[in-house]
Ligand binder design. Structure first.
Ligand SMILES: Cc1cc2nc3c(=O)[nH]c(=O)nc-3n(C[C@H](O)[C@H](O)[C@H](O)COP(=O)(O)O)c2cc1C
Length: 190
């Protein structure tokens, strides 16, 4: 079964980007994929900023990326680009760190003015790392992540659109990963 890793690059404790990524992972997990979530903010800051690739937590994170068949890269927009936190982690990857992997880019932001961050900022760095197939990503407005008494939720129309991107990503992954998983289940699972 293909391994999927979500890498989230928000420094926030209550990250809307992480909520979106977890939604995506739940969808993929229900479809039978092995999933994991790497929040870069949880890595030891000094090791991350000093590029200590050999330190245990950093090493494990890099190994998780290397082992993944598919990677969801999710970041908030900060100053019209992806976050410095995400970049600090991506800079630890080898130049061919995403070669052979299918990648789904996701961005959250406060304004639709920065909807092109996916294509102008994130996609180029993913290509530079050798991502073979970067599927159509999504920009999710932070106002679409609803917070209340219960668990954080996505607006239904946002969730629907997001799941469309997720299913395309899963389909692309299955086509390239030589997996026995049944793609029909991807559209059938809520
Ligand atoms: C330092 C900072 C810079 C931001 N810059 C932008 C920006 O340039 N464009 C935009 O649309 N939103 C911007 N935002 C809003 C965030 O992208 C948005 O609220 C996002 O959903 C936060 O995600 P998080 O909860 O995962 O951190 C910025 C927020 C912060 C804290």
């Amino acid at each position: 079964m293909p391994q999927l890793l979500a890498i989230t690059g928000s420094p926030s404790v209550h990250s809307r980007t992480a909520v979106v990524a977890d939604h995506v992972l739940r969808r993929l997990s229900h479809s039978g994929f092995d999933t994991a979530h790497l929040a870069v903010r949880d890595l030891p800051a000094a090791d991350l900023l000093s590029a200590r690739r050999g330190e245990p937590e950093i090493r494990r994170a890099l190994e998780a990326v290397a082992a993944a068949d598919g990677v969801v890269i999710a970041t908030p927009v900060y100053k019209a680009s992806y976050t410095g936190l995400l970049k600090a982690f991506l800079d630890l990857l080898p130049q061919d760190g995403l070669v052979g992997k299918t990648v789904l880019p996701l961005v959250t932001g406060g304004s639709l003015a920065h909807v092109l961050t996916i294509d102008y900022a994130l996609r180029p760095v993913l290509s530079a790392l050798g991502a073979r197939h970067v599927t159509a990503g999504r920009f999710v407005l932070d106002s679409s992540v609803e917070r209340g008494a219960g668990p954080d939720r996505l607006r239904p129309e946002t969730e629907l659109d997001l799941f469309q991107a997720v299913d395309e990503f899963a389909g692309a992954l299955l086509r390239t990963a030589d997996s026995p998983a049944n793609p029909i289940a991807l559209t059938a699972t809520p």
